[in-house]
Write a protein that binds this ligand. Structure first.
Ligand code: NAD
Ligand code: DAU
Length: 352
């Protein structure tokens, strides 16, 4: 048995591949375009595992994807590949339209052709799982209930609009062509191998480098945080038992303001690696210009996943964030490799 994973050199896809190889005896074909966010160092432990095959390529390349499907006959495809950073989508939305919309469309067509050609038994068992985000639902005010699967799609950024479009395509390929799909909409992930353009790893690394900790606007925006390995376990559960054509919200029941998240990281660093001058890392907090169109609050009701598939996260925010800070302290080589080159250009462009 084989599965095909796309975007498996990124943050969540990379964690998914590593966890899969640790827990399942099933081979993985890992297709990734190695954009700035893709990193083979993340897959170091998988590179010598004969159950893992890495393919450098684009989900929009139909010839390649069709060849991979025909050659490896996967029982499932899990689509992580995407442009994923909201701030980059504001500076340059084109890549988001290309990968998240056109790329998903091309991949759906490749998968549809493959699935149509399967024998009845394999056609019935086949699954395409599309990994998406809570950002498709737009923003909440403080008194609103958390997002459920029936909330309207109201995306506000180029990133979330492109993900919403991809979700609609996946849905349509199920309703029109019968393609056996599952979609997951998850909240903010954090954990090992997180690219340091995103809030949590950026703050950890800036703190250690004696740089400002940039907080957009008033820092009172709220996100729900989920430890990445809990996201991976939820995806495995949905793949195993999810109902065809359904969407599942995944969340950590951990609503926090950005300012609270940053202060928590500072407090953990104060304990694990105190500043030489004895001051708290919180002294480095700096309020900077807000993100245009910044969504105020996301919150996820993951009750359907609990009720129907008996899934719940294992990490609290306190346990997960401590593990995460420790991971960055323990893995300076991974950090050094990823923060060279183009990463520096991005930081200059975004923060001046
Ligand atoms: P990431 O940016 O870290 O990784 C994306 C990966 O996809 C990279 O390895 C990149 O090289 C690859 N990729 C990009 N374009 C590609 C293409 N055209 N063909 C093949 N590979 C391509 O992203 P992530 O944070 O790991 O997110 C993975 C998925 O999960 C995305 O679909 C994202 O929308 C979704 N998601 C992310 C979060 C989060 O908090 N990070 C939360 C919910 C959902
Ligand atoms: O909600 C799920 C989404 O979470 C995923 O779909 C996206 O792929 C993922 O990038 C993430 O999006 P966010 O925009 O919420 O994540 P980010 O880490 O960029 O920002 C988290 C919050 O912190 C957000 O309110 C913006 C704020 N922020 C971010 C950065 C980079 C700051 O205040 N300062 C910063 O420097």
């Amino acid at each position: 048995m084989t599965i095909l994973v796309t975007g498996g050199a990124g943050f969540i896809g990379g964690n998914f591949v590593l966890d899969w190889l640790a827990g399942q005896n099933e081979t993985i074909i890992n297709l990734d375009a190695l954009t700035y966010a893709g990193n083979l160092d993340t897959l170091h432990a998988a590179q010598t595992d004969s159950r893992h095959t890495f393919i450098h390529g684009n989900i929009g390349d139909r010839v390649l994807v069709e060849r991979l499907l025909t050659e490896h006959q996967p029982r499932a495809v899990i689509n992580f590949a995407a442009e994923s950073h909201v701030d980059r989508s504001i500076h340059g939305p084109g890549d988001f339209i290309q990968t998240n919309i056109a790329g998903t469309f091309n991949m759906l067509e490749s998968v549809r052709g493959y699935w149509n050609g399967l024998d009845a038994k394999y056609r019935t068992a086949f699954r395409l799982l599309h990994v998406s985000t809570d950002e498709v639902y737009g923003t909440l005010s403080p008194e609103d209930p958390p997002f459920t699967e029936t909330n309207r799609y109201e995306p506000n950024s180029p990133y979330s609009a492109s993900k919403a479009a991809s979700d609609h395509l996946v849905r349509a390929w199920h309703h029109t062509y019968g393609l056996p799909v599952l979609t997951t909409n998850c909240s903010n992930n954090y954990g090992p191998y997180h690219f340091p353009e995103k809030l949590i790893p950026l703050v950890i690394l800036n703190a250690l480098a004696s740089k400002p900790l940039p907080i957009y606007g008033d820092g009172q925006q709220v996100r729900d945080w989920l430890y990445v390995k809990d996201h991976c376990s939820a995806i495995r559960r949905v793949l195993e038992a999810g109902k065809l054509g359904e969407t599942y919200n995944i969340g950590g029941w951990n609503e926090k303001t950005n300012l609270d998240v940053v202060k928590t990281i500072c407090a953990i660093l104060d304990e694990l690696k105190p500043r030489a001058d004895g001051a708290s890392y919180a002294a480095q907090i700096t309020f900077v210009q807000d993100r245009p169109g910044h969504d105020r609050r996301y919150a996820i009701d993951a009750g359907k996943l609990k009720r129907e598939l008996d899934w719940k996260p294992t990490e609290t925010f306190d346990s997960g964030i401590r593990k995460t800070v420790q991971w960055y302290l323990d893995n300076p080589q991974w950090v050094d490799n990823i923060t060279s080159g183009h990463y520096r250009d991005w930081i200059r462009q975004q923060y001046g």
